[in-house]
Design a binder for this molecule. Structure first.
Ligand SMILES: *[C@@H]1O[C@H](CO)[C@@H](O)[C@H](O)[C@H]1NC(C)=O
Ligand SMILES: *[C@@H]1O[C@H](CO)[C@@H](O)[C@H](O)[C@H]1NC(C)=O
Ligand SMILES: *[C@@H]1O[C@H](CO)[C@@H](O)[C@H](O)[C@H]1NC(C)=O
Ligand SMILES: *[C@@H]1O[C@H](CO)[C@@H](O)[C@H](O)[C@H]1NC(C)=O
Ligand SMILES: *[C@@H]1O[C@H](CO)[C@@H](O)[C@H](O)[C@H]1NC(C)=O
Ligand SMILES: *[C@@H]1O[C@H](CO)[C@@H](O)[C@H](O)[C@H]1NC(C)=O
Ligand SMILES: *[C@@H]1O[C@H](CO)[C@@H](O)[C@H](O)[C@H]1NC(C)=O
Ligand SMILES: *[C@@H]1O[C@H](CO)[C@@H](O)[C@H](O)[C@H]1NC(C)=O
Length: 905
């Protein structure tokens, strides 16, 4: 009897111990993966759900799971995560910056979700003040993890706090960003970000931009509106405006389930799956940036990235730098000095002054390509001074042409790449090395000695090559002429319909025409390939349509391809000669010609790409950010400098003949470039007649085009004056009446302090006073005439674009109006030269007083340009003492007249 009672407590204790061991396992068994919904209170940890790999909640379809997940397996870093099950990818994590351990609890309560350490220390939680108590946690089939309140109201959702992945149905709003993980196993925020700005989708590294959607050849811009959100769906990547209208899009191959993610390597990828529950991806349809060397840290710090065979790249050290012995892959100064270190510089007893190692030309840095300079219009010494006085400055880049100064400070230096178009030179800050004060490193001195030998030999070699090419060309052209005699008849057929073939050497099928200094020549097939078969049209102008393209295998290879339509029939040799002239005109304010194609009757020009498009888009666009006053003056100055160079800087004076906002292109970093220069010469007289009478160009034509007077560079000055007025006013000079326009005018009049309602004198004031609402006719005023009249009254500020809301420098506005009016003088000889205009815009020379008597013709122009529409009818009815019908007839007559005489010469 006695042994039994004694044994009982012992066996009970054993049972209890067994239960204790089993209970947690039971809990895991007993609490299997829930489907769709979980109700508080609920606790999960990786250990508790070890059988399902930490997963505790599954969406209805099974495609997504919520889990306490460890991406590394080796590390003890556990995250509350949403996983895409078929592909085993993590698409969202809560506590990315504060991982817990395998037993760290994830608690769901009526207050929300918390992630804690096993000891109870809180690591992460959903917002503490939810609108109402949590009723359930739901994982949707879209991958969205939601906290639901009463009546299924969403209190919080993971789709609103994207980490590094965007799923279909999820929006990334303007101002928000995706942030890449630090590494594959550490999900903490790294240095790469994908941000949505009002204008674009941008990738940044340490806050410096290295890619823009608008700059990517695969993107299409639909209109100029502010971006409100970005999303992916089965048809691609979309950036939409607040009204839901498309701004940008990228088409991807049809895939039901595309996943956009920013990798810890800095690459943006869209990976497509056939279905939400298919495991194999169809591949990465879209990887940005497309080239390795466009990544900011493809090579270790200061490594020089060069494209290699296939999609790979190689890293070398730039000249004057050597591979680091201590840090594999990194580059250190070859002269024995050390890279500047902010910590050393900040210590009190560092009195060493920095020195700089210059990078060779064409060695470029990603940040100078997209980010604006820290200072523009400074000289080189000032730029160096800025870097020397800043402890955090590690290097600077200086662009001599635009006098732009870029500092790289307070961040790590990234890798370098080759760019034939980079004009900024880099200077890396160095300090004498602590141990190696001896600066006579043998390797560097030998490199220095080599340069004086190498440079002359290269020059001699180039000279020889040019001479040989020239001789070959002469020989070939002679042969061509001889051959010509036999086959002229056939060739003439497609060669030229109206071209007088006085010069007999039109070797039309001879694609080997070579002119010394000719730019790269492409075949039509090559151009079709680089523009994806002319897939992205980015504009159309007087000479034909323009398409976006990308040169294969070239860093910064974006190009704009112009398909010449009005020119198609010029002889090939003449064409090549003209193209060569154009290609050799290089100026920071002139668009660079990178190549061309002349095949059969096809003529295409390949220009550098300007990502913000033409000025008319930024200036007259009704949506998107408006151009600020300072930017407008920069545009005016840039355009003026470009024209001045065409008129005086080249061997041969070039009159542009078609200066208008459509031919002034803008790009990030405040770049302003004139396009289409030199093209007027490519046209036959008949064609140029056509071109000058084209719609939209007429408003900028100087009066001498309408008479038979000779055309000089001052015709461009006149057109520039018109453009300058439009820059000031923010609208077309000639009232092209659109509904929007009218709405603006009405709103302005309603505000009481309307400018137009007290515009002075002449027929326009008659309009305004006769209709006190001020709504009618205000958009029809011929602005140059209004400018002249308000100038006489000294009311320059009234001429400035009202959208600027007074953010204008009054003195500058007065100066700009004066300059513009001087450019419009009827007699070309009374207009200033473009070089003088530049000095006036710079402020180094005061503009003269415009001569009112030389501007009287504007009044006639103003009437001639009025469009007979409804508001004009109202105006005509009240303007004169004559009867309505007769004054109407007068207006119509003038309109006709101006059209019929507008053919040039
Ligand atoms: C989480 O839940 C567990 C079990 O319900 C509880 O023991 C623990 O204190 C909770 N932790 C926190 C931080 O609320
Ligand atoms: C809430 O959602 C669940 C699951 O989607 C559904 O079954 C239920 O009917 C919904 N309740 C209400 C009030 O909409
Ligand atoms: C994708 O989204 C865009 C923009 O919201 C929309 O125009 C398009 O129709 C959508 N495509 C699909 C397949 O849902
Ligand atoms: C994937 O989902 C579809 C419908 O959503 C279903 O018919 C199919 O069986 C699923 N496939 C797998 C492998 O789960
Ligand atoms: C280069 O990339 C393209 C598309 O990304 C791929 O199809 C091709 O196979 C790659 N080539 C090499 C050599 O990796
Ligand atoms: C530099 O000197 C100041 C006072 O002279 C001192 O407060 C500071 O800690 C010093 N910094 C370093 C890095 O020695
Ligand atoms: C500053 O000077 C002192 C004495 O000259 C030296 O011990 C110390 O290492 C120096 N600090 C640095 C950062 O160079
Ligand atoms: C100093 O320079 C010598 C050779 O010039 C080199 O062997 C040595 O490693 C250098 N020391 C440091 C600390 O860089």
């Amino acid at each position: 009897m006695s042994p039994l009672p004694r044994a009982l407590p012992r066996s009970l204790a054993f049972l209890g111990w067994v239960l204790l061991i089993l209970l947690p396992a039971r809990a895991a068994d007993a609490g299997p993966l829930a489907t769709e919904l979980l109700r508080p209170p609920f606790t999960a940890s990786n250990i508790l759900y070890v059988d399902t790999g930490g997963a505790f909640l599954e969406s209805t379809s099974g495609a997504f799971r919520a889990a306490v997940f460890n991406p590394g397996k080796q590390q003890d870093r556990f995250y509350l995560a949403v996983l895409h099950v078929p592909s085993a990818t993590l698409v969202w994590s809560g506590n990315r910056d504060a991982p817990t351990t395998s037993s760290g609890p994830v608690n769901l309560t009526s207050q929300g979700i918390t992630v804690s350490k096993p000891d109870g220390t809180l690591l992460w939680s959903t917002p503490s003040q939810l609108r109402s108590p949590v009723v359930a946690l739901r994982l949707q089939d879209s991958g969205n993890l939601q906290l639901l309140g009463a009546g299924n109201a969403t209190l919080w959702q993971s789709f609103d706090t994207a980490t590094d992945t965007l799923l279909p149905g999820q929006l990334l709003r303007a101002g928000a960003y995706l942030s890449a993980a630090t590494s594959a196993t550490d999900l903490a925020e790294g240095n790469y970000r994908l941000g949505v700005t009002a204008a674009d989708l941008v990738l940044t590294w340490q806050a410096s931009t290295y890619w823009r959607l608008s700059n990517d050849a695969r993107s299409y811009k639909d209109r100029n509106a502010a971006v409100a959100s970005v999303s992916v769906n089965a048809s691609g990547l979309f950036a939409v405006a607040a009204d839901g209208g498309l701004v940008f899009r990228v088409n991807i191959g049809a895939a039901a389930f595309p996943v956009l993610s920013l990798g810890y390597d800095g690459r943006l990828r869209i990976t497509s799956y056939a279905l939400v529950n298919s495991s194999a991806s169809l591949g990465s349809d879209f990887v940005a940036p497309a080239n390795d060397c466009d990544l900011p840290l493809q090579c270790p710090s200061l490594g020089l990235c060069s494209p290699a065979a296939g999609n790979s790249s190689t890293c070398t050290c730039p000249p004057l730098f050597a591979a680091s012995v201590t840090t594999p892959g990194a580059c250190t100064p070859g002269d024995g000095s050390a890279l500047a270190s902010p910590a050393l510089c900040q210590s009190n007893n560092s009195t060493v002054s920095p020195s700089y190692l210059a990078l060779k030309s064409q060695v470029a840095y990603f940040a100078t390509k997209f980010d604006p300079p820290i200072k523009a219009g400074v000289n080189h010494n000032a730029c160096r001074g800025l870097c020397s006085t800043s402890c955090g400055c590690l290097a600077y880049f200086y662009d001599n042409l635009s006098q732009s100064c870029y500092l790289i400070q307070d961040k790590q230096l990234g890798s370098l790449y080759f760019s034939s178009s980079a004009s900024a030179l880099g200077y890396i800050k160095t300090v004498p090395s602590a141990n190696n004060a001896t600066r006579n490193n043998p390797s560097s001195s030998s490199a220095n000695r080599a340069i004086p030998i190498i440079l002359p030999s290269i020059a001699a070699f180039l000279l020889l090559a040019v001479i040989i090419c020239y001789l070959c060309w002469r020989r070939m052209s002679k042969n061509g002429k001889k051959k010509k005699g036999k086959s002229t008849g056939v060739k003439q057929v497609y060669m030229g319909r109206q071209k007088d073939t006085g010069s007999a050497d039109d070797d039309e099928d001879d694609d080997n025409v070579v002119v010394p200094g000719m730019p790269t020549r492409f075949s039509y097939m090559e151009i079709a390939a680089m523009t994806a078969n002319f897939g992205t049209k980015i504009g159309s102008g007087g000479f034909g349509s323009v398409y976006k393209g990308e040169l294969p295998g070239v860093v910064e290879g974006l190009v704009a391809v112009k398909k010449l339509e009005a020119v198609g029939v010029q002889a090939k040799r003449e064409f090549c000669t003209e193209i060569t002239v154009i290609a050799n005109i290089r100026h920071v304010n002139l668009v660079r010609l990178r190549g061309f194609c002349a095949e059969g009757s096809r003529r295409l020009l390949v220009y550098e790409y300007m990502n913000r498009g033409s000025l008319d888009r930024s200036l007259f666009g009704r949506t998107g950010p408006i151009l600020e006053w300072g930017e407008r003056m920069e545009v005016a100055l840039g355009a003026a400098r470009g024209l001045a160079y065409l008129h005086t800087g080249c061997d041969q004076k070039i009159v542009h003949c078609d200066v208008k906002p459509e031919n002034i292109l803008l790009a990030d970093g405040g770049q302003v470039k004139i396009a289409d220069f030199g093209l007027a010469k490519l046209m036959s007289p008949e064609q140029s007649a056509l071109f000058t009478t084209m719609r939209g160009t007429r408003g900028y034509l100087a009066p001498e085009w309408l008479s038979n007077a000779a055309i000089s560079d001052r015709a461009d000055v006149y057109s520039f004056g018109m453009v300058l007025l439009e820059l000031i006013h923010g609208r077309k000079n000639r009232g092209e009446q659109t509904n929007d326009n009218a709405a603006v005018a009405v709103a302005g009049a309603g505000a009481g302090s309307s400018v137009q309602s007290d515009w002075p004198s002449g027929w326009s004031s008659a309009t305004a006073t006769s209709s006190p609402s001020g709504a009618s006719g205000s958009g029809d005023e011929y602005f140059p005439m209004v400018a002249m009249e308000l100038h006489e009254q000294g009311r320059h500020l009234d001429l400035v674009d009202r959208r600027l809301e007074g953010r204008v420098d009054g003195a500058e506005a007065a100066r700009a109006v004066r300059i513009a009016l001087c450019c419009l003088h009827e007699d070309p000889a009374q207009r200033p030269s473009m070089a003088a205009v530049v000095r006036m815009l710079e402020g180094t020379v005061a503009p003269p007083e415009p001569r009112v008597e030389a501007l009287g013709f504007l009044r006639l122009y103003g009437r001639g340009h009025a469009v007979p529409n409804t508001s004009l009818i109202a105006m005509a009815g009240t303007s004169g003492s004559a009867g309505t019908s007769s004054s109407m007839a007068g207006v119509a007559e003038l309109t006709d007249t101006s059209q019929s005489v507008s053919a040039p010469r």
